[in-house]
Design a protein around this ligand. Structure first.
Ligand code: ADP
Ligand code: MG
Length: 379
C-alpha cells in the first residue's frame, strides 16, 4: 500500500498498515442484541488502513473503495456531528478515541478493503477496527475496550444500533477456528471447525431498503415478548434468559408477531450450542441440518430473509456435497453461508453462480471463507 499512499498523500514516510477482518456468522443470527450466543469467524477478507503523520492539524482519510477523501480538524473531533456518509465510520472511531482519553494525532489514512461493502460480511466493523488500531499506533488498548469503542462509534455516531458481534470477532478472530461469543458476559470460547468442510459465502449482490426499519421493529418486537414472559418468569431480562421449555409455557400469552420473533431467538440460541457440540465431534450432517433449521426460522419466524436469499439456500440444498445453507448477517440481501464437502466446492461455485444468474440476471460473488486471525498490524 506504500505506493498508493505516496500517490495520494505525496509521501509514504513512516507509513504503517493495520488490518481489520470482516466476518461470516456461522450460526446465531439476530441473537446478539438479545444478549444470546453467536458463532462467527473472522475472514481473510479484510480492511487495511495505512497511516502516517502529516505534520498538520487535520485527520485526513482517502478510501480507495469509495475513491473519495474526507478531512477533519483534529481539535474539532470531540464535538463533531455525523455527516451521514462513509466518513462517519472513521470520524466516529476518532471521536470515541478522543473521548476515551486517546488523543488523535494529525495523520493521513488510506483505506483499502477486500470485504464487500454492505453484503453482511461486516465491512463496517473491519473499517472500524483497522482504523482504531491505526489511530492508536503504539498505544495499547485492552481488546475488549477496543471492541466496545468501535461499537460505540457505530451505535452513537453512525447511528446504527448494531449488536457487539461484528466488532468483537474482528478483534478476537482466530486462525482456523470460529469463536462463540456470549453477548451478555462478553466472554468467548474458541471453537475448532472440522477440517473436512468448505465454508462458502455467496453474495446475492442485493440489499433491500427494508433492512434498517425492520431491524428496529425486530428489536421492539423482542422487547414486547420479553415483557410478557417477565409476567410469568420475573427474572427474565432478555430473550437470552428464556429457554425453549419456558418459551413454550409462555407462548400462548405472547401476541402472534412477537411470539414468532421470540421463537426464532430462543431456538437459535439453542442451535448455537448444538452446532458447537456437533462441530467439536466433527458431525457434519448435524451441522448442516442446524444451518437449514436456522434459515427456516429466519425466513418464517423472524421474517428477515428475501427472495434472493431463499433462492440461494433452496438451490444450494439441491447441489451435490452441500451439507447445509443459510442466510448470514442481518438479512434482506447480503450473503448466504454454505457448508460444502471440499471435493464439491468448485462444482458448487459454478452451479450456484449459473443458477442465480439465470434466475435474477445478476452474477453472485462467491467467497471461500478461511477462518482468520483478528485485527492487528501487518508488517
Ligand atoms: P456491512 O458491514 O455488512 O458491509 P454496513 O451497512 O454495516 O454493511 O456497512 C457498510 C458501510 O461501511 C458502507 O456503506 C460505508 O459507509 C462503510 N464502509 C465499509 N467499507 C468501506 C471502505 N472500504 N471505504 C469506505 N467506507 C466503507
Ligand atoms: Mg456492518
Amino acid at each position: 500500500m506504500r505506493e498508493a499512499f505516496a500517490r495520494v498523500f505525496g509521501s509514504a514516510q513512516g507509513v504503517r498498515v493495520f488490518r481489520g477482518p470482516g466476518r461470516v456468522n456461522l450460526i446465531g443470527e439476530h441473537t446478539d442484541y438479545n444478549l444470546g450466543f453467536v458463532l462467527p469467524m473472522a475472514l481473510d477478507l479484510a480492511c487495511f488502513t495505512a497511516v502516517a503523520p502529516n505534520g498538520g492539524d487535520k485527520l485526513r482519510v482517502y478510501s480507495e473503495d469509495m475513491q473519495q477523501s474526507r478531512e477533519w480538524t483534529v481539535k474539532d473531533l470531540e464535538s463533531l456531528e455525523p455527516a451521514h456518509d462513509w466518513g462517519d465510520y472513521v470520524a466516529g472511531v476518532a471521536q470515541q478515541l478522543v473521548r476515551a482519553g486517546y488523543p488523535v494525532a494529525p495523520v493521513n489514512l488510506l483505506i483499502r478493503s477486500t470485504v464487500p461493502v454492505g453484503s453482511g460480511l461486516s465491512s463496517s466493523a473491519a473499517l472500524e477496527t483497522s482504523t482504531a488500531l491505526a489511530l492508536l499506533g503504539d498505544r495499547r488498548m485492552e481488546p475488549l475496550e477496543l471492541v466496545r469503542l468501535c461499537r460505540r462509534a457505530e451505535n452513537e455516531f453512525v447511528g446504527m444500533p448494531c449488536g457487539i458481534m461484528d466488532q468483537y470477532i474482528s478483534v478476537f478472530g482466530r486462525e482456523g477456528a470460529a469463536v462463540k461469543i456470549d453477548c451478555r458476559s462478553l466472554e468467548h470460547e474458541v471453537v475448532q471447525l472440522p477440517p473436512d468442510v468448505a465454508i462458502i459465502a455467496v453474495n446475492t449482490m442485493v440489499k433491500h431498503e427494508l433492512g434498517q426499519s425492520a431491524y428496529r421493529d425486530r428489536v421492539r418486537e423482542c422487547a414486547e415478548a420479553v415483557e410478557v414472559i417477565r409476567g410469568i418468569r420475573p427474572g427474565v431480562e432478555s430473550l437470552r434468559d428464556v429457554d425453549v421449555a419456558t418459551f413454550e409455557i409462555a407462548a400462548e400469552q405472547i401476541p402472534p408477531v412477537p411470539r414468532k420473533r421470540a421463537r426464532h431467538v430462543v431456538t437459535e440460541d439453542a442451535r448455537v450450542e448444538a452446532f458447537m457440540a456437533a462441530s467439536k465431534r466433527g458431525d457434519l450432517e448435524t451441522m448442516g441440518a442446524l444451518f437449514v433449521a436456522s434459515h427456516r426460522s429466519l425466513q418464517n419466524d423472524y421474517e428477515v430473509s428475501c427472495e434472493e436469499l431463499d433462492f440461494l439456500v433452496d438451490t444450494a440444498l439441491g447441489l451435490p456435497g452441500v451439507l447445509g445453507a443459510r442466510m448470514t448477517g442481518g438479512g434482506f440481501g447480503g450473503c448466504t453461508v454454505n457448508l460444502v464437502r471440499p471435493q464439491n466446492a468448485e462444482e458448487f461455485s459454478e452451479k450456484i453462480t449459473a443458477a442465480y444468474k439465470e434466475r435474477f440476471g445478476i452474477t453472485p460473488a462467491v467467497y471461500r471463507c478461511k477462518p482468520s486471525a483478528g485485527a492487528g498490524e501487518i508488517c
